[in-house]
Write a protein that binds this ligand. Structure first.
Ligand code: RB5
Length: 147
């Protein structure tokens, strides 16, 4: 599995921390920036990451900004993206099992680094359950298709 990861300046430090974790775990990743603490605009990085997920360049994505809110909103504007902002382990698991989230959003100024790693690890290990959840996710896709 190849993971895409992207952030603005508010998520930069957490992005670098998560990259170390992915490297240590032997998980392949592509970094879509940003590459410093200089101020940038989160929609640019959310869009780049989301397009890579939709095109199949990466299998799933991790998007980070200060709160995780702005970048998750931006990611969810790209057709085919189901981006879930998670601040706890239960939500991280459910976002995949029930919602088939293909991008995890995190708030670099909201959660601690160790919790972030637990969330990432849970999210990566979780599997979509399908069944009735598939019917609901398909309904989300038809809302998108009919826009
Ligand atoms: C940047 O200052 C901040 O607004 C951004 O990282 C994010 O929190 C937006 O939702």
């Amino acid at each position: 599995m190849k993971i895409g990861i992207g952030s603005d300046h508010g998520g930069y430090e957490l992005k670098e921390y998560i990259k170390e974790y992915l490297y240590e775990e032997g998980i392949d990743y592509v970094d879509f920036g940003t590459n410093s603490l200089d101020s940038v605009d989160y929609p640019d990085y959310g869009e780049k990451l989301s397009r890579a997920v939709v095109s199949g360049e990466v299998d799933r994505g991790i998007a980070i900004c200060g709160t995780g809110i702005g970048i998750s909103i931006a990611c969810n504007k790209v057709k085919g993206i189901r981006c879930a902002l998670c601040e706890n382990i239960y939500s991280a698991r459910m976002s995949v099992e029930h919602n088939n989230a293909n991008i995890l959003a995190l708030g670099g100024r909201v959660i601690g680094k160790d919790l972030a790693i637990e969330i990432v690890s849970t999210w990566l290990d979780s599997k979509f359950q399908g069944g009735r959840h598939e019917r609901r996710v398909n309904k989300i896709s038809s809302i998108e298709a009919n826009l």
